[in-house]
Design a protein around this ligand. Sequence first.
Ligand SMILES: Cc1ncc(COP(=O)(O)O)c(C=O)c1O
Length: 420
Amino acid sequence: MSNTLALLGGTPIRTKPFPTWPIFGREEEEAVLRALRSGNWGRLAGKEVETFERRFAEYHGAKHGIAVVNGTVSLRVALIAAGIEAGDEVIIPPYTFFATASAVVEANATPIFVDVERDTFNIDPAAIEAAITKRTRAIIPVHLGGLPCDMDAIMAIAQRHGLVVIEDAAHAHGSEYKGKRVGAIGHMGSFSFQSSKNLNSGEGGLITTNDDVLAERCRSIHNCGRIPTGAWYEHHVMSANYRLGELAGALLNAQFDRLDEQTNTRDANGRYLDKLLSMIPGIAPQKRDDRTTRNAQHLYCLRYDQGAFGVPRERFLEALAAEGIPASGGYGIPLNRQPMFLEKNFGPYSGYRSARPDIDFGAFPLPNVDRICASEGVWLTQNVLLGTRADMDDIVRAVEKVYDQRHALSGIVEAAGASA
Ligand SMILES: Cc1ncc(COP(=O)(O)O)c(C=O)c1O
């Protein structure tokens, strides 16, 4: 086979697509029909959501599971259940989806952004410690891409300072930290079942916890402030209807049966890619150590070194795409520098004013996340990790090929630059 890059007219490493997502069959059809024909389409009368809550919580070593409409609301409900309010500070990473931060603002609190570790992409415990003030109430570690955060260090900090830990496990269904599933290591865990996620019902979310009091509060907040002993039209706390519907619950029950095997496949492929890709100069896979006993690999992340390849990340991604490997640069803007934060467009949620009226979100010094967003981060999505060993070999061969042919690639960049 020609070694010329496909981008420059050579033969691509592959033209075959990777597995598509979602994966479903007769089981999902039957489950949705079961819910449909039951006539109980809402959470209150049916059994699908209740069954799923129990199964999913158990799977994550949690005593309670409260299903809600999405993984943003699950964060919001968890924060409110924890008593977070105006003037409080919540420490979060800037390398995550918008929801981690917007949920804090919607709880009327102030998100305090601290840097991630450059090698794991996860929140840096030392940076958490350094950001704690007398107003700090909670930490939201995000298990980025499925890689568990340093939960020992985070829980020790939380204990020392009396903080609540809400794990954002939207990427981490079934991930394990030292043999324990994420979501019940902190005080609460938050999951998303939005369509791209490793377990999905189109939209959906869930809170896990081992704490009876927090569970009761979450249940009340997700159900219009009702309490188990109250009358139907009796409402005790500020809340809303955040309940998940039965058709989504049925779909989740069927998809859940596939989760464990799919997670094992992604985990094994992730380990395989780690071993081979780390041998290529300029490629550093997201660092996983022995404490990660299983990685859900919602994303396969790596750091790309432009210095080693001689071309910007975008050119590398183009070359990979031409070889048949779909990769992206991931989050391009650190969350604290999103227009919403720069302009403080918080609508009615002005709780930050009572604590930090002059806060400049864009001014947090976050060098690692800046580099990862601007030039280093590269992602493959979870469906790619469901491929075969031969598919993984294609990924490795494509990256090797781009590295070997990097001079040809940079030649084009220089020529384009010269003629511009
Ligand atoms: C890290 C993270 N947290 C929270 C969410 C929010 O989930 P949802 O889209 O279900 O509201 C997402 C979803 O993309 C996410 O990636």
